[in-house]
Design a binder for this molecule. Structure first.
Ligand SMILES: *Cc1c(COP(=O)(O)O)cnc(C)c1O
Length: 222
């Protein structure tokens, strides 16, 4: 993708975020755009960095380890977010590489992350992922188990910034975003990681603080 095109796509997404924020009476800079670069080669990511984007997201630890150390050499101020399911045996690698982890969804992972953070002396921001539609095959903690998971995470000193969700495909996402926002509010959490290419404007009007946008920035994945 040429730099012109990357700049154009980035400007377009940012403008749409700003417009939705205004509608909701929010400040556009209270929303972090995470460019989801999973499956994209470094050559596809570089133009977006050149266009000024600094926050990126990946869904697999190994893939991120292969791509990002080199990209970060030339642009050290990049923040990297993990948005995919994390196995406990990858917790140390994830803590070493990422600045935020959006997929904390079970007590065993809380334990593994706490141990990894203590060992590394580094504490990436954490989002607890909620299976907001209570779907069978979906990652995320069941809605009813969230209070207990949050307690465990806080007791383990994980820096819990907020909640994350991926609503059910093919359903109107707004009620799910609103439910996540309510659960966060009820627990005094400020961060809301919600909204992807198809629904980030809706998410912003409902309070998203972090939107995770891949396709709208990079084009369709192979
Ligand atoms: C892939 C992915 C995204 C981005 O999806 P797009 O529809 O390409 O914007 C966001 N969040 C998660 C968890 C993802 O896996």
């Amino acid at each position: 993708m040429p730099i012109d095109e990357a700049s154009q796509r980035l400007a377009d997404v940012r403008a749409r975020i700003a417009r939705s924020a205004k509608i909701a009476g929010r400040k556009p800079d209270s929303i972090t755009l995470i460019a989801i670069s999973k499956t994209q080669e470094a050559e596809a990511i570089a133009p977006l960095i050149a266009a000024g984007q600094r926050v990126f997201g990946e869904n697999r630890v190994q893939e991120a380890e292969a791509k990002w150390p080199k990209l970060r050499e030339t642009t050290p101020d990049i923040a990297l977010h993990l948005v995919g399911q994390l196995q406990s045996n990858k917790a140390e690698d994830a803590v070493a590489l990422f600045d935020a982890i959006h997929s904390v969804d079970r007590p065993s992972l809380v334990g593994a992350l706490a141990k990894a953070m203590d060992k590394a002396g580094k504490r990436p921001a954490c989002f607890l992922q909620v299976n907001i539609g209570d779907e069978e095959q979906k990652g995320g903690c069941p809605v009813l188990e969230l209070p207990a998971l949050l307690k465990e995470a806080q007791a383990a000193d994980l820096p819990v910034q907020g909640l994350m969700c991926v609503p059910p495909l093919e359903l109107e996402p707004a009620p799910y975003f609103a439910l996540l926002a309510k659960i966060a509010r009820d627990h005094g959490l400020e961060g809301l990681s919600m909204g992807m290419s198809g629904d980030f404007e809706t998410a912003v009007t409902i309070g998203a603080t972090h939107v995770r946008v891949g396709t709208a920035l990079f084009g369709a994945r192979a």
